[in-house]
Design a protein around this ligand. Structure first.
Ligand code: ADP
Length: 478
């Protein structure tokens, strides 16, 4: 029987986003509603959010929330209830959700408070009578919530901890234990202690009833030393409770047939209309005479995303006739390396530093291929947007990239199932070869458009994943 879920997250599309977590947290309530589950999402009331969500109804309050009063105001976004934790001493900051450019020094308190309120609501419910059956937490920012729930002794509410990216672990000084209202006796390696410190992610992984992550391959990878980032032992120990459920995308927002951000809308039966989008994109990035594939990159510019491999392989790619349009922001040395690349290849490589959602749409519409050479990738969304827009993904064989793209190897081509190019290991040699294969595949226009159409025919929405989450909730509450 479907029930109620309290989702606790630090980001939520369309209210606040720094990465894929926001897309998932924002998509889940609508997707789960289709399965009959009533999900409300608790998130911090960062500046401006209360107005954006029209959150006026107070449904919870507490006088002493880690150094000041806190209350929860309920609003609606896209037909789904959001619960905004209004605690100005914690969240009324001019920078981003976590700081800008440096993390806020009290992030441990800020997100422990969010987690603590999540657990309290799970146990006591809201003043309008809404009481959840499941507490669903996302990443380190809500990792203490299953721990607070467990230590409260409550056994009615079940908890789910979802790993969107294990690289962020919410480490904090053990000296904060008392301040964060965590029991001293739980400071041991089976619960809160992580190499002598606290880790909110570890706390969640150790105490939640079940653990999920965002692709089956990442779930398997996480139990290995080269991907688990210190959590592999715990995750291997909890293997029976760990599942990978692929993310979906919002097929209304990411739909080349209806996309209002692009000049020329198209579908898999009118692929020729990609050409004017491509022309517009090359013009926008100042590129000319690109005979081979026009590849795009829409990404945080970090080591995880393999941006250095793009820097290393770009010259050869351009020499093969390819062009590159890059959008992203991130680590200063990578931004600089890309700027140098543009200087070295004027008219062949274009770069926009920054975050620009509308431009991202134009890039998927105009690009022939999207490059995602990530060293690890829990799920990844950009390869999915690529599939949807006939912008063929070239991806590292890892995590969700391994689970969502079918490599154009000879057998897959013969079976007519290929949707992209995969490479392994994640190094410049293998990536360079993948780019060579991309150029070759692109030359055969008939096979190329067949591959584009197959990608565009994939089911990429939330239906399958939502049904799997619903099954998980049901198994917990049965
Ligand atoms: P991650 O969450 O690790 O950054 P994902 O691929 O899961 O990676 O999600 C990234 C999301 O952020 C996608 O929706 C992607 O389109 C978007 N994105 C990343 N960088 C930019 C940018 N510079 N401009 C616009 N959108 C971006």
């Amino acid at each position: 029987m479907p029930g109620r879920v309290l989702s606790v997250a630090s980001e939520y599309v369309p209210l606040v986003k720094t990465g894929g977590l926001a897309d998932v947290a924002g998509a889940l309530p609508g997707a789960l509603a289709g399965q009959g589950w009533d999900m409300r999402t608790l998130l911090p009331a960062y500046p401006g959010l209360i107005d954006k969500a029209h959150a006026t109804e107070e449904v919870w309050s507490h006088l002493d929330l880690f150094g000041g009063p806190g209350r929860v105001l309920m609003g609606q976004v896209g037909g789904n209830a959001v619960l905004l934790l209004d605690a100005p001493h914690l969240y009324d900051r001019a920078g981003g959700p976590y700081g800008n450019p440096k993390d806020y020094p009290d992030n441990a308190q800020r997100f422990a408070a969010l987690s603590w309120v999540g657990a309290r609501i799970a146990i006591d419910g809201l003043s309008d009578g809404w009481v959840p059956d499941v507490l669903h937490c996302h990443d380190w920012q809500s990792g203490f919530a299953p721990a607070y729930l467990r230590f409260s002794g409550d056994k009615r509410v079940k908890s789910v901890m979802t790993i969107h990216n294990i690289a962020f672990q919410g480490n904090a000084s053990a000296a904060l234990l008392g301040e964060l209202r965590l029991p001293f006796e739980a400071f041991n390696s089976d619960a809160l202690e992580y190499w002598g410190h606290l880790s909110s992610l570890k706390a969640g992984l150790a105490t939640a009833d079940v653990i999920t992550t965002v692709s089956p391959t990442y779930a398997a990878e996480l139990m290995r030393g080269d991907f688990g980032m210190g959590m592999q032992g715990l995750l291997a120990y909890r293997a029976a409770d760990l599942t990978g459920i692929l993310n979906g995308i919002d097929e209304d927002v990411w739909n080349p047939e209806t996309d209002t951000e692009i000049a020329h809308r198209y579908s898999k039966t009118s692929l020729a209309k990609k050409a004017p989008n491509r022309a517009a994109l090359t013009a926008e990035f100042g590129l000319t005479g690109i005979d081979g594939p026009l590849a795009i990159v829409v990404s945080r510019l970090t080591d995880q995303k393999g941006i250095d491999l793009i820097v290393e392989c770009a010259t050869d790619f351009v020499a093969m006739g390819g062009g590159l349009a890059i959008l992203g922001s991130g680590e200063a040395h990578l931004e600089q390396a890309l700027k140098d690349l543009v200087k070295a290849h004027p008219g062949k490589i274009g770069l926009r530093i920054g975050y620009d959602e509308a431009l991202a749409h134009r890039m998927f519409a105009g690009g022939d291929a999207v490059l995602v050479p990530s060293r690890f990738e829990p799920c990844g969304l950009t390869q999915l947007y690529g599939l949807r827009y006939g912008c063929v993904p070239v991806v590292a064989l890892t995590g969700g990239l391994a689970d969502t793209v079918i490599d154009a190897n000879p057998m897959a081509q013969q079976a007519k199932v290929a949707t992209g190019v995969q490479f392994h290991p994640v190094d410049a040699l293998a990536f360079g070869q993948a780019l060579r294969r991309l150029v070759d595949l692109h030359e055969n226009s008939k096979n190329w458009s067949a591959m584009q159409k197959r990608g565009m025919s994939q089911a990429l929405g939330w239906d399958t994943s939502a049904a799997t989450y619903a099954q998980l909730y049901e198994s917990l509450t049965a």
